[in-house]
Design a protein around this ligand. Structure first.
Ligand SMILES: [Mn+2]
Length: 306
């Protein structure tokens, strides 16, 4: 049960849920990768029919993912165990305003980056993405960003919300559009198109996976990231094909599969240091058979083992 994280200075579990059983590293200071939950709220919901109900999302993604994975435990596909992964529980964000939530998540990512750990934060809504990218900007001179998402989230809007995350991230001193690749893009609003034309990030469309294959996508991705040594991966689960991750706010058909993403990440890890990942957009109440939870757990496990 969730006591391991509570012993660490600066890390307090928000509640006593079970930790991920796969993560068998006993101490954060000995871990290569560190997992934490951050149930950020307040970035709003998509314009999809699912998003329009306007209700706050109660489901706690990280706990739901841990629970599903603990019920169906396994090694990685290449038989690695979780001895290098520490699960530090959830950040206590309940009751905090948006700015305080973002500050807490940013500080946690930064703490892990500075300690040389691969930081894996599970949201929560899109505020986790802005917080993570702010920490990337704080920590690294030369970090590329892979923004895996069906959507570009770059509307030129002064308010920070789900549709303007990258517009704000690109104003940070060291997160740059010419070191960012929008991966699996396929559903763009007219407002977001303005943002794309303004900021000119690298773009890899979902169909590129089909047309060029994963090796071709990897080459383009590396060219778009430029001369960086490190990469951060921001994952909106709706970037994936929705038959594998149906429990998202704004599912959109035609995305790459989890297999394609994992093969791509293996290739990336041979060329770059993968400094961390955030995951957002998971709506547990839409996941009765826990398929999205298992896909998310697998992604966490495989990224931790890279
Ligand atoms: Mn999206």
């Amino acid at each position: 049960m969730g006591l391991r994280g509570a012993r660490l200075p600066g890390v307090v579990l928000a509640r006593m849920a079970a930790l991920l059983s796969y993560a068998t590293c006993a101490r954060e200071s000995e871990a290569r990768s560190v997992l934490f939950g951050a149930n950020t709220q307040g970035a709003g919901f998509s314009d999809s029919a699912r998003g329009k109900d306007g209700k706050p999302r109660e489901g706690f993604t990280a706990d739901f993912v841990r629970e599903a994975d603990n019920e169906s435990p396994s090694l990685t596909e290449h038989l690695e165990d979780g001895a290098a992964l520490f699960d530090s529980g959830n950040l206590p964000l309940a009751g905090l305003g948006v700015e305080a939530q973002v500050a807490a998540v940013r500080a946690r990512f930064l703490e892990l980056f500075r300690a040389g750990r691969r930081a894996i934060g599970v949201g929560g809504d899109h505020h986790i993405k802005y917080a993570a990218l702010a920490a990337v900007s704080d920590a690294f001179e030369d970090c590329g960003v892979i923004y895996f998402d069906a959507h570009p989230d770059c509307a030129l809007d002064e308010k920070l919300y789900f549709g303007s995350i990258l517009h704000h991230a690109w104003k940070l001193p060291r997160v740059r559009p010419d070191r960012t690749s929008l991966l699996a893009l396929r559903q763009v609003s007219a407002r977001e198109r303005e943002g794309l034309r303004h900021w000119k990030p690298g773009i890899i469309h979902a169909l590129d996976f089909c047309e060029r294959g994963v090796p071709g996508v990897l080459d383009t991705l590396c060219a778009q990231l430029g001369p960086v040594r490190r990469v951060f991966l921001s994952v909106d689960l709706d970037g994936l094909a929705p038959h594998e991750v149906p429990a998202v706010e704004a599912p959109y058909p035609g995305g790459p599969t989890l297999r394609e993403l994992l093969v791509l990440l293996r290739g990336l890890s041979r060329r770059y240091e993968i400094v961390g990942m955030d995951i957002s957009e998971f709506i547990p109440e839409y996941d009765p058979v826990k398929l999205t939870a298992l896909a998310t757990a697998r992604l966490i496990r495989e990224v931790a083992a890279l």
